[in-house]
Design a protein around this ligand. Structure first.
Ligand code: SF4
Length: 403
């Protein structure tokens, strides 16, 4: 029976295909970690170190904390860590992490707000229908008898609204895990530390909220299991793809990586990946050419039509004969309803209503207005009053007919 976690379920929700690679096929990602997740991990590790020592009465200085963070960064750095965001460097992220820790230190020093009873604490969660989950609580504190607090550090660059925190699944699951491990506990605070913003968000869960979350989580797990049974893991393209470590292994993006290599990607392929990339460029070029040629042709057709219309008007010939086709001309009077920003549109509608003609139309339609104005249903006074608010234009169209 697989052991689920909030992040495992989150991966499925974000992209079932990524879920398949990571959790079902257990494929090693082709790309390295993102700098965001590396920085987050280093900040977490530094805070874990800080609280581990503080718990044993060794409250380190702010400089020691920042030095520890620098050392963790150096020791864990890997050259394939990726900086996705343009205009930012790894050094920028390192500095951001350091700033987060500095703000955190200043806010909570000397870290004696509660008794730390767990750091990176592994928690098991039993769900109905034999489903099981696990999670790691960043910090579990005791505030008093029967009163605990679950702390979670976030290095993300956005603080969610309170309503979102009140429905957050991750900390909701941790609250459930604490309830299951310590049934005597009466109060559990859920605390997020958005360390980039020196911001705390707090929440809690009622039994009814926990029950609702359990239902939706079990139902999600069942969906994941059904998809696994069917091996149905579609790709889901989103903004998150830029950070996906499986991009070269994903059919949506694999060509982008293959085209950078000279190696044929398939024995039977009739072109290499690089040739396929060139073919895309050629296709775009041709389509662009076609678009601009078609615009040129439209302009030429319109010039010829206007010439024929002028000739017909001057000569009085209502049709002009070519070798196999004749061109005929039809004049039509058009009316134009003023657009919504134009005050005349409202005046037109009130005039129609005042004259009790609106019911004949039901809506502001040029077609209906035109046919009513042509019909004998409305008096000439009514027509004149209405036309006052409308633009009129006449146009001539050209039709070709085979002889
Ligand atoms: S690149 Fe996007 S679509 Fe492909 S696996 Fe990753 S998240 Fe899914």
């Amino acid at each position: 029976m697989p052991l689920y976690s909030h992040s495992r379920l989150g991966t499925y929700e974000n992209c079932p295909f990524q879920y398949k690679l990571r959790y079902v096929d257990r494929v090693k990602p082709a790309l390295g970690n993102s700098i965001e997740s590396f920085m987050g991990r280093m900040v977490h590790d530094a805070l874990e170190w800080l609280y581990k020592l503080a718990r044993d009465s060794n409250v380190v200085s702010k400089d020691s904390l920042l030095n520890k963070y620098d050392q963790l960064w150096i020791d864990n750095w890997q050259d394939d860590i990726r900086v996705v965001k343009k205009d930012l460097t790894a050094e920028n992220f390192k500095q951001t992490g350091s700033n987060c820790l500095e703000m955190y230190y200043e806010r909570y020093h000397p870290f004696d707000q509660a008794i730390t009873i767990g750091l990176e604490e592994r928690m098991m969660i039993d769900l109905p229908e034999d489903k099981k989950m696990q999670g790691y609580i960043d910090r579990l504190d005791k505030l008093g008898d029967g009163h605990l607090a679950v702390h979670d550090y976030k290095t993300s660059n956005r603080v969610p609204p309170q309503a979102k925190a009140d429905q957050d699944r991750q900390l909701g699951l941790y609250a459930l895990a604490v309830h299951q491990r310590y049934p005597e506990v009466e109060k559990i605070d859920l605390v997020w530390h958005y360390v980039r913003f020196d911001e705390e968000i707090r929440s809690s869960r009622t039994q009814a909220q926990l029950d609702k979350m359990v239902d939706s989580t079990v139902s999600l797990i069942k969906n994941v299991e059904a998809a696994t049974e069917r091996r149905d893991f579609p790709t889901k393209i989103s903004i998150l793809c830029d950070w996906c470590e499986y991009k070269p292994q994903c059919p949506e993006f694999s060509h982008q990586f293959a085209s950078k290599s000279d190696m044929p990607t398939l024995d039977t392929a009739n072109m290499t990946a690089a040739q396929a990339a060139e073919t895309v460029d050629k296709l775009v070029e041709l389509k662009d050419k076609k678009k601009s040629m078609s615009a040129d042709m439209d302009a030429m057709i319109s010039t010829l039509e206007n010439k024929l219309i002028d000739y017909s008007k001057e000569s009085g010939h209502r049709s002009v004969f070519g070798s196999d086709y004749k061109a005929s001309f039809r004049e039509s009077d058009g009316i134009k309803i003023p657009d919504r920003k134009d005050l005349r549109r409202y005046e037109l509608e009130s005039t129609l209503r005042e004259m009790k003609l609106w019911d004949d139309l039901q809506e502001m339609s040029a077609y209906r207005l035109k046919s009513k104005l042509k019909s004998g249903d409305w008096s000439s006074e009514q027509k004149t009053a209405i036309l006052k608010y409308m633009d009129t234009d006449s146009s001539t169209s050209v039709s070709l007919k085979k002889l």
